[in-house]
Design a protein around this ligand. Structure first.
Ligand SMILES: [Zn+2]
Length: 168
């Protein structure tokens, strides 16, 4: 901007000198126009500089604001804390085939029960997850009134295991 103003002044000066040497009035007017334009450019440039100064003052406050914002997220981990809830509902009762039932009815294979829940499970049941389990012999679990879990299907699992071991 300032360079442009300088160039306009030079143009005005050139026009003035040309006017002097030639005596053409129009060149004097050209000089005046160039000088007025140069003044306008300088005013505009000064406004731009002061605007820039104001803008550079403002960012000085930003780090303070950023500091306040940075302090706020400390509260976030509290919101992120909730553990994925365990399924509260008991799984459906396993639909046991009679052939499996006949195989497992007297077995004492270990099954897992969860306190205050009516199903028995095999290890790795997705419904049991991290719940604390109590191991019980299968026949005892059945006698105590526990029913097989429909998610991990302990009767089918144990019947399959028993058949495999019989073959072997
Ligand atoms: Zn289960």
């Amino acid at each position: 901007m300032i360079l442009a103003a300088g160039a306009l002044v030079l143009v005005g000066l050139g026009l003035f000198l040309a006017g002097l040497s030639t005596g053409i009035t129009a060149l004097y007017w050209g000089c005046v126009v160039a000088c007025v334009a140069a003044a306008a450019v300088l005013v505009a440039a000064r406004r731009q500089i002061s605007a820039r100064a104001a803008a550079s003052k403002a960012p000085a406050q930003v780090p303070v604001a950023a500091g306040n914002v940075a302090a706020a997220p400390a509260a976030e981990p509290v919101a992120a804390e909730p553990v994925p809830p365990l399924e509260v509902e008991d799984p459906p009762v396993e639909d046991v085939e009679v052939t499996d039932l006949l195989v497992i009815v007297d077995l004492k294979d270990e099954v897992l029960v969860v306190d205050e829940h009516p199903r028995y499970h095999v290890a790795g049941c997705p419904w049991v997850g991290p719940r604390p389990t109590i191991p019980l012999p299968l026949d005892e679990a059945r006698t105590d009134g526990f029913t097989p879990c429909g998610a991990c299907r302990p009767d089918r699992t144990i019947a399959g295991r028993a058949r495999a071991s019989r073959k072997g």
